[in-house]
Ligand binder design. Structure first.
Ligand code: CA
Length: 398
């Protein structure tokens, strides 16, 4: 049987050789080419790793991949996708301003510097400046998103506002709540620890504040000073503010002046400018509340943008997963046809295609992974963020 097959093959070869020799004008080149080229490929034990040149194993359409996602164009078309673009790209266009990957590290470290000097006892309407400031602060702290890590430092709460109490007062600076602990410590409880007392060491308080930001280099760092007047302890708060802002800590300093006369407001404004922040003049409870509500809305907007951004990427990941599953199903269906027809080389070449599709998908998945981790973190906070926003909007309307 084997011998006769061999004889037939040999005869076939000889016949082809003679035929082409006598019929082709380029017969001389045929003599030097491989005469076994036309022999059928061996069928047994072929694995896809032995398919060296894939482009010759399957029809060219299997190797056309316009959007470089490893899924052949014609398969994408069949499945209802657009083969020339990424059908599963994350659409962040509706996420609002500032929705970028960088915002995912959205936590803001804010240290509130509270002026407890004697002048805070002055009345603004029916209440003292201090009680107004405490009320605004309480509302802000209770409504602010978790991502804003708050701390509180108080100055001017020691000694007296007399000359005899100056030294003690100017040295009296207390970190009542380190950054990130104010909410836990309880704002009412923290604020009840001081009342209008002494002098105003703004420069020294800023120097002390600097320590709170050690280890937070390169983060969103902020100081909010609530004060009703000038530095009275001989320091240079503008210079200290500039140093702090220009240090590697990148702290921005906002200053809120509580019913401050024009000349004094100039110095407070300079502190804010040197500190890379803004100066706000608050002449009533409402104006003071407005500042904090603006801060709250800004941080909620940032959070919502971040949530929207990561959700878009999570959706893109799911879309990609669905597309790849459909594509691999489709490739396997083709492969079964080749296997049934006994075309093992092509069936194996399709395994190669399938492996490429899965590899490419896994690469895309890996790139998306850090964003998805963030998504899970944010999802749990999402409802809290939204309810806070609603509450704030409600307050602003009133
Ligand atoms: Ca493709």
């Amino acid at each position: 049987m084997k011998a006769s097959l061999f004889a037939m093959t040999l005869f076939g070869l000889l016949y082809r050789f003679l035929l082409s020799y006598f019929s082709s004008s380029e017969s001389s080149s045929f003599i030097f080419s491989n005469p076994f080229h036309h022999l059928p490929a061996p069928e047994e034990n072929t694995t896809y790793t032995e398919v060296k040149d894939l482009s010759q194993s399957l029809e060219p359409k299997w190797y056309k991949d316009s959007d470089k996602n490893a899924i052949p164009d014609f398969i994408e078309q069949e499945l209802g996708y657009n083969p020339t673009q990424d059908d599963c790209r994350a659409d962040v266009s509706g996420c609002g301003e500032g929705a970028t990957g960088e915002d995912l590290d959205f936590s803001v470290n804010t240290l509130l510097l509270f002026d407890a000097s004697g002048s805070m006892a002055a009345r603004l309407g029916t209440q003292t400046r201090m009680s107004l400031a405490k009320a605004s602060l309480t509302r802000y702290v209770t409504g602010v998103p978790e991502a804003v890590r708050l701390g509180l430092l108080v100055y001017g709460h020691r000694g007296t506002n007399q000359e005899s109490g100056k030294a003690e007062s100017c040295a009296g600076i207390s970190l009542l709540a380190p950054i990130g602990s104010l909410k836990e410590a309880g704002i009412q409880n923290t604020l009840s620890q001081f009342k209008p007392t002494g002098w105003t060491p703004i420069a020294a308080a800023l120097l002390e504040a600097r320590k709170s930001f050690q280890g937070l280099e390169g983060k969103h760092n902020r100081i909010i000073i609530v004060s009703d007047g000038l530095e009275t302890c001989g320091g240079d708060p503008v210079a200290v503010a500039r140093q702090l802002h220009e240090s590697g800590l990148e702290v921005n300093i906002d200053v809120i002046g509580l019913h401050v006369p024009g000349s004094d407001a100039q110095q407070l404004r300079k502190i804010a400018q040197a500190g890379g922040g803004y100066y706000y003049d608050a002449r009533s409870q409402r104006e003071l509340d407005a500042y904090f509500e603006k801060q709250q809305l800004a941080s909620q907007k940032t959070l919502q943008a971040a949530l929207c951004y990561v959700k878009a990427h999570a959706d893109a990941g799911q879309c990609d997963q669905r597309m790849v599953l459909k594509a691999t199903d489709r490739i396997y269906a083709e492969r079964r046809k080749f296997t049934a027809a006994g075309d093992i080389a092509k069936a194996n070449a399709l395994i190669q295609i399938r492996v490429q599709v899965t590899d490419a998908h896994n690469r895309r998945k890996k790139e998306r992974e850090p964003i998805l981790v963030k998504y899970n973190e944010l999802k749990s906070k999402g409802n809290a963020i939204l309810s806070n926003t609603l509450k704030t909007n409600e307050r602003l309307r009133r």
